[in-house]
Design a protein around this ligand. Sequence first.
Ligand code: ADP
Ligand code: MG
Length: 245
Amino acid sequence: MTNDALIQVKDLHKSFHDLEVLKGVSEEIHKGEVVSIIGPSGSGKSTFLRCLNLLETPDKGQVIFEGVDITDQSVDIDKHRQKMGMIFQHFNVFPHLTVLENITLAPTLELGQSKEEAQKNACELLAKVGLLDKKDEYPRKLSGGQKQRLAIVRALAMNPDVILMDEPTSALDPEMVKDVLEVIKELADQGMTIVIVTHEMAFAKQISDRVFFMDQGIIQEKGTPQEVFEHPQNPRTIDFLSKVL
Ligand code: ADP
Ligand code: MG
């Protein structure tokens, strides 16, 4: 095993009933790396991402996170999952909690932080994404872009070692997208390890160290943004990019 792999995926398979969605994916994500996953709808991108933190249980194969095989049944998955932040398309923040409470809940319950410590940390993070003045609001008072920034802050408050993002801007009105992408870019610049499924091709090109093109349940092509976007080799990649660029 290479030592700098934060996440190692070995021969991952996943089916839903008769539908084979992941057909053997083997990859490594390195510490500090930003990996974008692109590809057509239904190709298995979300399933792959959800297998990384075992929101979906693979049928076969292994996910090794920080040297631990988290697909091993005897592993306490909650402990490892804490270190993997997850951001969904539909910013699922808790509607009945204030912005501040949304952020401090897990650090106090799961990391044992004092309320004061968690609140101080939350306020610092909120200030960074321009939401400090919203700390006592309920999520219904926030725009989609603000809710997504809250979701990102909530994930960051757990001090994750990687953040998994599944189309974080797809559900946003166009004018909200930029603010959220800026927050993600800042995280990338700070060295956060990020795996992001996105349809924002220009953004993927800008922030990624590597791009995976997924289609029909496998990673068909991967490389630097220059390689994948400017010199794609696989006919499927070429066809996909001709439709989206
Ligand atoms: P993508 O994110 O690339 O659009 P997904 O991983 O969401 O693709 O889905 C791949 C395929 O698996 C799709 O055909 C989808 O309908 C199917 N699928 C995903 N999740 C489930 C599920 N929980 N139950 C049944 N089918 C699913
Ligand atoms: Mg998806």
